[in-house]
Design a protein. Structure first.
Length: 458
C-alpha cells in the first residue's frame, strides 16, 4: 500500500507543503456547497460561544448573588466561576464520546447531536429557580445543567472545524476555517450585546427575570442550526477515508489509534494551545469581571469595551487565516502566540490606567492581533495534524483536555491570583507569560517532529 503524507505539520507553506494528514478529496465542491457548510459550522460555533460567554458573563455579574448569596462577593464570584469550570470538566467526556461517534458514523449526525444537547441545556438554565426559591438545589441544578451543556459543547469546536476543512480546497483551509474561529467572537459579541441590553434594566428586574432572557433567546439559534445541519451531506474526505479503509482500520477505536500512533503530536498540540486558549478565555470571561470589580468601571461601559474588541477580532481573524495560507499555519500560530506572550503585561498596564479608552485599546489589540493571528491559523493547523479516520477524536481530545485543565480554570485562577496580589495583575501576567512560552516551544516542536508517514497512517 502506498504511504500517505505525514500526519504532522511539516512545512513552510500551507498550500504547498503544509499538507493534511489525509489526502484531500479530488472532486470539485461548488461555492454554494461551501457556503452551506460554512453556515452550518458557523451557526453551531456561535451557539457554543454564545452559551459559554453568556454563562461566563452571568457568573461574573449575577450568578454569585442568585445562586451563592450566603458567600462573600469574592467567594461568590469564585464559586460562580468554578461552576463555569465544571462545564469544562464535562467537555472532554462529551468530546471523546461524540467524536468517536463522529469518526465511526459520520460528521453530520454527531454535529446534530451536539447542537440539540447544548440548546436544551441552555434553555433549561433560563427556567432554573434561584437559591431564594429552592435553596441548595438551585446551585446543584445549575452545576448539572452546566455539565450537560459542556457534554454537548465538547465536540462542537472539533466537529465544526473538521466539517469545513474536509470540504474546502487545500490551499484555502486557513481562510475558510478562520471563519469558524471568528464565529467564536460573534458568539461573544451576541452574548455581550444581549447582556448589555439586560444590564440597563433596574437591578431588581435584572436579578428577578432579566438575566433569563438571553438564555431563552438561544433557542432561535438552535432551531436555525438544526435546520441547516439536517440538510448537509457527509464530507467528501470522510466518505473517501471510510471507503478506502481496510476492515481492520474500520474496526479500530479512533482514540486508541490517536494515542497509539501519534502520542507526541497529541502532547505537543495540547501544549501549543495552552497560552492562546488561556488568554482567550481570560478576555471572554474574566476581563469583564476585572473591569467592573477591580477597576471600578460601569457595567455598561465595560460591556462596550468587550463589544468593540470583539468586532476587531471578527474582522482580523479571516485576514490572518489568509495570511496563514500564504506563510504557513504553524508559523503564524507561533508568531501569534509569541505576540500574546510579549503583550500580556502591556495589556494589563493599559487596563490598569482605569481609562475606558485605554482599556478599549488594550483589548482591541489583544483581539485584533493576538486572537486574530492564533484563531486565523489554529483551525487549519489542528486539522492538518491527524488523518481523517480519527481526526475528530484527535482534535476533540487535544482541545477539550486543554480546555478542562487550562482554559476552563483560567477565570478561577485569574480571580485567585489577582486576589493574592491585592487586586493587581502582576501574578496573572506571570502566569500568562509562562503558558505562552510553553506554547511557542510546543509549536516549534510540532513543526520539527516529522513523524514517518507509516506511523500515523498504516
Amino acid at each position: 500500500m502506498t504511504n500517505k503524507p505525514p500526519a504532522t505539520l511539516p512545512s513552510r507553506r500551507a498550500g504547498a507543503s503544509e499538507t493534511s494528514a489525509t489526502p484531500p478529496h479530488t472532486g470539485q465542491v461548488s461555492q454554494r456547497k461551501i457556503r452551506q457548510v460554512l453556515a452550518a459550522s458557523i451557526v453551531g460555533t456561535i451557539i457554543e460561544w454564545y452559551d459559554f460567554v453568556l454563562f461566563g458573563v452571568a457568573a461574573g455579574l449575577v450568578f454569585n448573588r442568585l445562586f451563592f448569596p450566603s458567600l462573600s462577593p469574592v467567594a461568590g464570584t469564585l464559586a460562580a466561576f468554578l461552576t463555569l469550570g465544571v462545564g469544562f470538566l464535562a467537555r472532554p467526556i462529551g468530546g471523546l464520546v461524540i467524536s468517536h461517534f463522529g469518526d465511526k458514523k459520520g460528521r453530520k449526525p454527531a454535529l446534530i447531536f451536539t447542537i440539540a444537547l447544548m440548546g436544551t441545556s441552555t434553555l433549561a438554565i433560563g427556567f432554573l429557580p434561584t437559591y431564594d426559591h429552592i435553596g441548595i438545589m438551585a446551585p446543584i441544578l445549575l452545576v448539572l445543567l452546566r455539565m450537560l451543556q459542556g457534554l454537548g459543547a465538547g465536540a462542537e469546536y472539533a466537529g465544526a472545524l473538521i466539517l469545513v476543512a474536509e470540504y474546502v480546497p487545500e490551499r484555502r483551509k486557513g481562510y475558510y476555517t478562520a471563519y469558524v474561529l471568528s464565529a467564536t467572537v460573534v458568539g461573544l459579541l451576541l452574548a455581550t450585546l444581549v447582556f448589555r441590553a439586560i444590564a440597563q434594566l433596574p437591578e431588581q428586574d435584572m436579578l428577578s427575570w432579566g438575566w433569563r432572557v438571553p438564555f431563552f433567546l438561544s433557542a432561535i439559534l438552535v432551531v436555525l442550526a438544526l435546520y441547516i445541519r439536517r440538510r448537509l451531506e457527509e464530507t467528501p474526505e470522510y466518505v473517501n477515508a471510510v471507503s478506502n479503509a481496510s476492515a481492520a482500520k474500520q474496526a479500530a477505536v479512533p482514540l486508541r489509534e490517536v494515542l497509539g500512533k501519534q502520542p507526541k503530536t497529541v502532547l505537543y498540540a495540547f501544549l501549543a494551545m495552552a497560552g492562546a486558549n488561556a488568554v482567550t478565555y481570560l478576555i471572554n470571561t474574566f476581563a469583564l469581571s476585572y473591569m467592573v470589580n477591580n477597576l471600578g468601571f460601569d457595567k455598561i461601559a465595560s460591556l462596550n469595551v468587550i463589544i468593540v474588541a470583539s468586532i476587531a477580532g471578527i474582522v482580523c481573524t479571516p485576514i490572518m487565516g489568509a495570511v496563514a495560507d500564504r506563510f504557513g499555519y504553524g508559523r503564524v500560530y507561533a508568531l501569534g502566540t509569541a505576540f500574546i506572550l510579549v503583550y500580556a503585561a502591556p495589556m494589563f498596564w493599559l487596563m490598569d490606567t482605569r481609562s475606558i479608552l485605554m482599556a478599549t485599546l488594550a483589548l482591541v489589540i489583544a483581539y485584533g492581533i493576538g486572537f486574530g493571528s492564533v484563531a486565523g491559523s489554529q483551525g487549519a493547523f489542528l486539522t492538518s495534524l491527524f488523518p481523517a479516520r480519527y481526526r475528530f477524536s484527535g482534535i476533540a481530545f487535544v482541545r477539550e483536555i486543554n480546555g478542562a485543565t487550562v482554559a476552563g480554570m483560567t477565570p478561577f485562577i485569574a480571580t485567585w491570583l489577582t486576589g493574592q496580589a491585592g487586586g493587581k495583575s502582576t501574578y496573572l501576567i506571570a502566569y500568562l507569560i509562562c503558558l505562552c512560552v510553553i506554547s511557542v516551544l510546543a509549536i516549534v516542536a510540532l513543526r520539527n517532529n516529522r513523524q514517518p508517514a507509516d506511523q500515523a497512517t498504516t
